[in-house]
Design a protein around this ligand. Structure first.
Ligand code: ADP
Length: 296
């Protein structure tokens, strides 16, 4: 299974370049699209979900030309938008039954089986009689997953599903996604590095309409081995390190000193050390730093 995106571009009427010649090949598995707010993630996802059109480029999913045959794509698509809109005062079970009917499952018995299956998959079976309007943010997101699973999609697109969830809800949501398995292409966008860390087999980092890098979380970290340096400094020295070095990030120590992290192929100066371990956060900050530096 393969989603292939070639030279996809989109400039909004206000001049914002939201997609800048996007090039991506995505295979079966959990693919994390990581980027700050405004990077262009939603634009990319809405375009793939056939809700808006690009200015140029092409998208192909398993032989379906998405631009030319949006109806065919929709039959195999499951899409969870960033905000799902209004939540009706209707039970999850009844709503899912209704959505299943809209998706063409005409047999009442088949609908019952399918609805029960997706309620179990999303851990909502116990609360299936409750109104969706009474659900917490995390339950609503899981309900969103339940509805998109009704037509057994092969391409699943979820746009920033963990935004606004508390840590416990977020964990529960991620474990539901993890349970979906990886026979399908699952494209998942987030601005949280930890989401990608915990969930994704493959990843890309996006900013200002561009894909800055594509890798696996492990490989991306491995590529930085020996190139990240850390040093303890005083808080009032921070601006110096931000201005003079390829600065990535910093964290406070209990004595209010700071540990800065710097990118450098060689030891950048005295007192710098190789950190104990690297994380995906280093990868993320480094990709954004390179992107900003190239615009300076
Ligand atoms: P993300 O999902 O990564 O936060 P978006 O795709 O929502 O990014 O937005 C990318 C850029 O395009 C942002 O600068 C945003 O302000 C702009 N944008 C998004 N939608 C529209 C629109 N309908 N009209 C004009 N600009 C838009």
């Amino acid at each position: 299974m393969m989603l292939s995106i070639q030279n996809l571009s989109k400039t909004y009427s206000n001049g914002v370049i939201a997609l800048d010649q996007i090039q991506l090949e995505i295979r079966s598995g959990m693919f994390g699209l990581l980027g700050p707010n405004g990077a262009g993630k939603s634009t990319l996802m809405r375009t793939l979900a056939t809700l808006q059109t690009a200015d140029g480029g092409s998208m192909n999913f398993n032989g379906i030309d998405i631009d030319k045959d949006p109806i065919k794509l929709r039959r195999t698509l499951g899409y969870l938008p960033q905000s799902f809109g209004v939540y009706p005062r209707e039970s999850a079970e009844n709503l899912l039954d209704y959505f299943a009917l809209l998706k063409g499952i005409t047999s009442r018995r088949q609908r019952k089986i399918k609805v029960s299956e997706v309620l179990h998959l999303t851990n909502l079976y116990e609360v299936r009689k409750n109104h969706v309007s009474s659900y917490s943010g995390g339950m609503r997101q899981r309900f969103g997953i339940a509805q998109l699973l009704l037509n057994d999609p092969q391409l699943i697109i979820v746009d920033e599903p963990t935004a606004g969830l508390d840590p416990a809800e977020r964990k529960r949501f991620l474990s539901v996604l993890r349970g979906l398995g990886t026979e399908n292409v699952v494209l998942f966008s987030t601005h949280l590095v930890e989401d990608v860390n915990e969930l994704c087999t493959d990843m890309a980092i996006m900013n200002r309409g561009k894909i800055l890098m594509k890798s696996t979380p492990a490989q991306a970290i491995n590529d930085l081995v020996g190139k990240i340096w850390t040093r303890r400094i005083q808080a009032n020295e921070l601006h110096h390190y931000q201005a003079e070095y390829s600065y990535l990030s910093s964290s406070y120590n209990t004595d209010h000193s700071l540990n800065v992290r710097i990118f450098s192929a060689n030891k950048p100066g005295p007192f710098f050390e190789i950190p104990d371990h690297l994380s995906l956060e280093d990868v993320y900050f480094n990709a954004l730093r390179e992107n900003v530096a190239s615009h300076a």
